[in-house]
Design a protein around this ligand. Structure first.
Ligand SMILES: Cc1cc2nc3c(=O)[nH]c(=O)nc-3n(C[C@H](O)[C@H](O)[C@H](O)COP(=O)(O)O)c2cc1C
Length: 333
């Protein structure tokens, strides 16, 4: 308890979290996930600190009060700008601010953000120091096990040591290195080999750091096994593809006794949410795409997905209600 920041004391531990994903984890998807799991941590898409500080904060930071525990992920490497962005995160009610030191995209790299920062541990430490000084939120870092040829254990340790000395006590480690030249971001999520042992070795080397393992975890059973050797597991693609996997997460990872939510309940609550979010009967752009994964593996999923795809143009709330009705009533009966 002593090492926790003031705002962190009432929040659940980060045993299970849903990864930041551009074009996926917008506020509508996060709300949907929150209907499935009350206690898993949710992360925003990466927000470029510079854009946030000089732009319209509402555009980047607006979220539903029920989304928490919720982290804002920032991209940047200028301590003063990141400090201002961290202050905004606190003012807007986020529970954590996370610095991206793991994204390999060329655009991100050219902006001196993401995985390329692993080559500059002192710079990242300065950023963490500035962000911590600017707000009372926990400041965390998401990174990889290495970049390009620099992927030995000592290299990763030096990076973690620097951020830990700056006061970061939670590091999310995507258990792959990143190739900054020659691989697309997508390839960088599958071509470099997963090395979970490296993450466990980091936990053993830094017992006081909260180490969250990320990368390639597709089910809760596997995560439960991993939790014997690290503090938390972060799920990315599996959460987007199959959100209902996480219906058991609160019971499994947080000792909750509440019943796991059923598909029908989730859909009904999401429709209620969209009714409030809709403008003149039109639902938000991404809202239908996010629903697709809920039907994964179920009979009739293909037809529903096709109809959701067709709805993307009109975005009509009533039509969406009609598409979802069979899942809410007939099947629940
Ligand atoms: C579509 C997509 C967008 C992503 N955007 C981000 C991002 O904004 N910030 C970030 O740190 N990682 C991002 N990632 C990486 C994920 O957070 C995660 O590290 C990666 O997908 C590995 O986890 P997984 O195997 O469970 O998917 C993204 C991944 C995907 C698939």
């Amino acid at each position: 308890m002593k090492n926790l920041r003031r705002s962190e004391r009432l929040l659940p531990p980060r045993r299970c979290s849903i990864a930041p994903m551009m074009n996926r984890t917008d506020r509508h998807f996060r709300y949907l996930m929150r209907l499935v799991t009350r206690r898993s941590w949710l992360y925003t898409e990466m927000v470029v600190a510079q854009a946030l500080v000089h732009g319209d904060p509402a555009r980047f930071l607006k979220h539903h009060p029920q989304e928490g525990p919720l982290a804002l992920q920032l991209g940047g490497s200028d301590p003063a700008t990141l400090a201002t962005a961290a202050r905004l995160a606190e003012a807007w009610g986020f529970d954590e601010v996370n610095l991206n030191a793991g994204c390999p995209s060329t655009r991100v790299k050219d902006g001196r953000m993401g995985a390329v920062l692993m080559n500059e541990p002192e710079r990242v430490a300065e950023c963490v120091t500035a962000m911590r000084a600017a707000c009372a939120l926990p400041v965390t870092v998401k990174t990889r096990i290495g970049v390009d040829q620099r992927d030995d254990f000592a290299f990763t340790c030096r990076f973690l040591e620097a951020v830990a000395e700056a006061g970061c006590r939670t590091v999310i480690v995507h258990a792959r290195k990143a190739w900054l030249n020659g691989l697309s971001p997508r390839e960088n999520r599958s071509v470099p080999l997963l090395d979970y042992d490296r993450v466990y070795a980091l936990k053993a080397h830094f017992p006081k750091l909260e180490i969250i393992l990320n990368g390639g975890v597709n089910d809760l059973e596997t995560a439960e096994t991993m939790l014997r050797r690290c503090d938390g597991v972060m799920f990315g693609r599996a959460a987007y593809a199959r959100p209902l996997l996480f219906a058991q997460a609160d019971r499994r990872f947080h000792g909750s006794r509440a019943n796991a939510p059923a598909l029908a309940e989730v859909l009904a609550a999401y429709l209620d949410y969209l009714a409030v979010e809709a403008v003149h009967g039109k639902i938000p752009h991404t809202a239908t795409a996010h629903l697709s994964g809920l039907f994964s593996g179920l009979d009739g999923a293909r037809v529903t997905r096709r109809r959701l795809g067709e709805l993307a143009a009109s975005r009509d709330l009533k039509t969406l209600g009609g598409i979802l009705a069979p899942w809410m009533y007939e099947r629940a009966a």
